[in-house]
Design a protein around this ligand. Sequence first.
Ligand code: 3HC
Length: 318
Amino acid sequence: MRDSIAMVSNEQNFQSRIDAEEKVEPKDWMPEKYRQNLIRQISQHAHSEVIGEQPEGKWITRAPTLERKAILMAKVQDEAGHGLYLYASAETLGVTRDELIDRLHTGASKYASIFNYPSLTWADIGAIGWLVDSAAIVNQVSLQNTSYGPYARAMVRICKEESFHQRQGYNIMMTLMQGAELQQDMAQDALNRWWWPSLMMFGPHDAESAHSAQSMKWKIKRRSNDELRQQFVDQAVQQAEAIGLTVPDPDLHWNEARGHYDFGEIDWREFQRVVSGNGPCNRQRLAHHVDAHKEGAWVREAMAAFDAKQRTPPAEVA
Ligand code: 3HC
């Protein structure tokens, strides 16, 4: 009885701290469900950053100029870094990196659906940088104010780097749109294929979102899936028009009364298919990660051995 009263008061105190915009830190008391929900979201986010290297990494050797190659290499490296900040942030909640990777490999943990689509042409690298990183920024700017301190702080740096990524993607699209007809067609084709998957990045409609209500109450999420998606559409449509691209949505139009664009319905059956592991590249992406993880085992062992050696006190000289 006394234990359950103490638990209720812990939870009330916790919610009061959240309501007062205090950050929760790793050693603070937190409800177990808050901890598990954060591990779920942060690890899915980390996996997205790392799996997202695959469709772009494929184009490093095929980039059209040395400058584009250097920029793309830096971007892909940044994404690996984002994965590291996020795994480190999840680890502060008492889960190990091995457990997190295991959950990815067994399918227990998701990653962003968008990375299960193929990058078929150079224009796809422009579309990914422009649309996918834009969508990520729209969401992640709000996550800079998430209630868990280590996650919020990781987001600040990640957002700065994602802004550069977005600019490089838009710059590729802009350059293609100033080029020959074939290049313009390539840019439009990339937009046609990446537009709807980009809208899916924000997850199901608010009414269908399993975690939103609780995550908003705990201020893990600061803005709803639909709110973020609307902001993304409002920004991206104008950016597309500015360089002569057409958004592939016949229902898209400016709604003067709402002060926002209305847009067509997402194909949620496609979303479910991709999220449940049956998208165009799901198997390929996971298999590649599993292989890379196996191949990297010797690096992890060497690092662990080096770390253990550093911690061993030197033997006393007789
Ligand atoms: N892809 C894959 N899974 C998705 C998804 C998507 N686009 N959208 C939703 N889901 C999953 C959820 O993870 C949840 O699955 P689970 O119960 O097995 O964990 C389920 O669908 C129900 O969705 P909810 O709306 O209830 O889930 P959330 O409240 O977690 O909201 C989210 C989904 C908006 C994606 C939220 O998790 C979030 O903001 N995550 C942090 C940001 C993030 O993960 N970004 C990845 C983008 S890619 C990126 O940043 C890489 C960069 O290089 C561009």
